[in-house]
Ligand binder design. Structure first.
Ligand code: 13P
Ligand code: SF4
Length: 319
């Protein structure tokens, strides 16, 4: 619509005037993803978002995603101004892992190496030895297991148990889940696969085991996008937030993409296949945060410098 185009133009103008760059996740509104790519920003998974923000010369990063992504950007680049379209955009994994409770869990198991998922607060990261994202969790835990380390893992139980099965590592786990991926159903997926015998199945590892076990590819959002582009198959069943389909369709226009089944549909289930917090990001929010200086992320010292350690360790490992 004309109004949308006007907002897009205004946002692009503000980004240019303020020498700001838009760093977006694949689950946010397609207009935001397009704007990021058209203005020299990036659309990616949480690992690449962190790297891109750190390495970009812009003085202002506008992070379109959820709060932990903005915090990671600020932790890595304290001298940059980091803005978010909506500071209330959180994540069920972050909400389900409060720092005080997490610290007590760590205190009770001092012999374990603490590995946390990116989807946590700065305060939780401040207590961790390693941060991982879905794209590097497997290789980092494998590395620690090879060194004979026992692991304390938080907060995602599905990603944790997938990594545990793959590596055989000794992992003590927090009981967290993503409200979006937790809804994908194994039995319904089996039935759908029978209707589409040629389809490859792509699954984000925050999904339950019954779903992960049926995957041809288990990976981060960026890894799933790559699979759609590179794999020689006419159709794909995709178990992740449906925001992902925007970039997949653009990048592999000839391929048929099918949403993996959840128990409900969007009429009966608010978090089925689309993250309510990712959905809080819009063009208006980008315009407002730049025009009014709203939504600035702050991470207090010494939490910031303590949290930096586990992120840097991951980035050095994947470099
Ligand atoms: P990725 O790092 O795979 O993009 O995942 C982030 C996330 O929040 C998935 O729900
Ligand atoms: Fe968190 Fe799940 Fe939303 Fe990702 S999709 S931000 S893991 S609630």
């Amino acid at each position: 619509t004309a109004q949308r185009d006007a907002l897009k133009q205004r946002a692009a103008e503000l980004l240019r005037q303020q020498q700001a760059v838009l760093v977006a996740h694949y689950y946010v509104d397609g207009d935001l993803q397009d704007l990021a790519l058209a203005t020299g920003g990036c659309v990616s998974d949480s690992l690449e978002m962190a790297r891109f923000g750190r390495d970009h010369a812009a003085g202002t990063l506008v992070v379109a995603g959820v709060r932990f992504m903005g915090e990671s950007a600020k932790i890595l680049s304290p001298a940059k101004r980091v803005l978010m379209p909506d500071l209330d955009a959180t994540c069920s994994l972050d909400l389900g892992c409060p720092a005080d409770e997490f610290n007590r869990f760590c205190d009770a198991h001092p012999d374990r190496t603490v590995v946390v998922y990116a989807n946590t607060s700065a305060a939780v990261k401040a207590r961790a030895d390693w941060m991982v994202t879905s794209s590097c969790a497997l290789s980092i835990v494998q590395h620690l297991h090879d060194q004979g380390r026992k692991i304390l893992w938080a907060p995602d139980k599905h990603l944790g148990s997938y990594v545990q099965r793959q590596t055989g590592a000794d992992m003590l786990m927090w009981n967290g889940a993503c409200i979006v991926h937790d809804e994908f159903k194994g039995l319904e997926l089996e039935l759908l696969r029978r209707e589409h015998p040629q389809a490859k199945v792509l699954v984000h590892p925050e999904s339950p085991r019954e779903v992960v076990d049926q995957a041809d590819v288990v990976g981060s959002t960026a890894q799933m996008l790559r699979a759609v582009i590179e794999m020689d198959a006419p159709e794909f069943i995709v178990a992740t937030d449906n925001g992902m389909f925007h970039r997949m369709r653009q990048s592999a226009p000839g391929k048929r993409l099918i949403e993996a089944p959840t128990a409900g549909n969007s009429a009966t289930c608010k978090s089925c296949a689309h993250c309510p917090w990712m959905a809080m990001n819009g063009l208006q929010g980008v315009v407002d945060c730049l025009e009014k200086g709203l939504g600035e992320i702050q991470v207090d010292e010494p939490i910031r410098s303590q949290a930096l350690g586990c992120i840097d360790r991951m980035l050095d490992f994947v470099a």
